[in-house]
Design a protein around this ligand. Sequence first.
Ligand SMILES: Cc1cc2nc3c(=O)[nH]c(=O)nc-3n(C[C@H](O)[C@H](O)[C@H](O)COP(=O)(O)OP(=O)(O)OC[C@H]3O[C@@H](n4cnc5c(N)ncnc54)[C@H](O)[C@@H]3O)c2cc1C
Length: 383
Amino acid sequence: MDLLDDSIVPEHAREIKQDAREFAEEYIEPAAEEYYESGEYPWEILEAGMEAGLVAQDISEEYGGRGLTLEQILAIAEEFYRADAGIALTLQLASFGCEIMQHYGSEEQKEKWLRPVAENEQISGLAVSEPQTGSDMAGMETTAEKTDDGYVLNGEKYWVGNAVEADWITVYAKTGDSDDRYSNYSMFIVPTDTPGYEAEHIPEKMGMRASKQGHIVFDDCEIPEENLIGTEGGGFYMLADFFNHGRIIVGGHGIGLAAAAIEETWDFVHGRTAFGRNVSEFQSVQHILADMRMEFESARAMNWRAASKVANNDDAGFWAAVAKTKSTEMAVDVAERGMQLHGGRSVLNEFKISRVYRDVRIPVIYEGANEIQRNLIYSQGSL
Ligand SMILES: Cc1cc2nc3c(=O)[nH]c(=O)nc-3n(C[C@H](O)[C@H](O)[C@H](O)COP(=O)(O)OP(=O)(O)OC[C@H]3O[C@@H](n4cnc5c(N)ncnc54)[C@H](O)[C@@H]3O)c2cc1C
């Protein structure tokens, strides 16, 4: 039985899902352990993904991309994350933040900045989180001060995917100090070779090691006025809108990881003997597998329902938060049970379940920690 079967996937996303599966089997899965061990950036797999038309293709056809829909990106995410979350994150982050420019940028900006990413000549990133906070989006302290010619950025960003590797980054910075704390932020395009932009990798992580995040310091980093995206003061709302899409995809990160955990565990218990019997014959083991499967199927159904809601802008904030929280927590739960059923071998690096177990800790935090999602679910889900 195929855990990631496509009967729940809208028809227009099935072909690319199949392409993503074949790519994951050929390129991601066989390299996963090696990249986990080395912690290196998987440039070769990224390039292969670009060749295959599976990277940065959310950018519209007008600017050189394939204009993949939210559901198509979700279908890719499930398949890639099932193969390996670290490599998958790198592939999915190559155009991170571009959607903001796609929606709010000017024609000139899109032509200049989106096209090279869509044509796989450049990669991007999105810098929101700071060393002191990643949760309080209206409490960030990096400033962008207006000058005669543009803006000067000062401050720090932390956890930024591709901060070192990217050609340019979409940066969220403070441009006002009004009592309405949600209107004080704006979005900027910052090329990573701008004087005053310094980035270094953050320390090694325990999971998703084939993806790279960085610490950026802006020290009088000057950018021209034309690098402001949309209107000054609109950054918070642009980001909220962007995260609605992102959180559906992160739900897919949980689904892919959980699929891997269930498959690994199923195979393990059916190949292992204890007390003269196959471990899968113990009823308590069967019940754990049954629970894993039920939790997986309910989260996946909810995630796809939420994807359709968000794609149609129907209570998007609520559904995005629900999908992200449920799917990522289901993955943590399923991975934990999978570890237990692997016995002592669960902690050996050579067993994929140990990598999945480390990786599932991350999607419950990024794209907004799940505590923040629960705040949104309550506040946006009023009856
Ligand atoms: C692998 C990885 C990749 C990432 N990639 C990026 C990226 O590309 N760009 C980017 O900008 N950021 C990125 N992030 C950062 C991520 O979005 C933040 O880590 C996340 O938003 C949480 O922020 P924090 O780590 O500062 O935790 P904090 O905000 O300090 O929160 C610490 C704890 O307090 C809880 N908490 C905080 N506020 C509340 C509240 N109001 N109610 C209840 N609980 C609360 C949190 O839920 C959490 O449990 C990445 C993070 C990781 C781990």
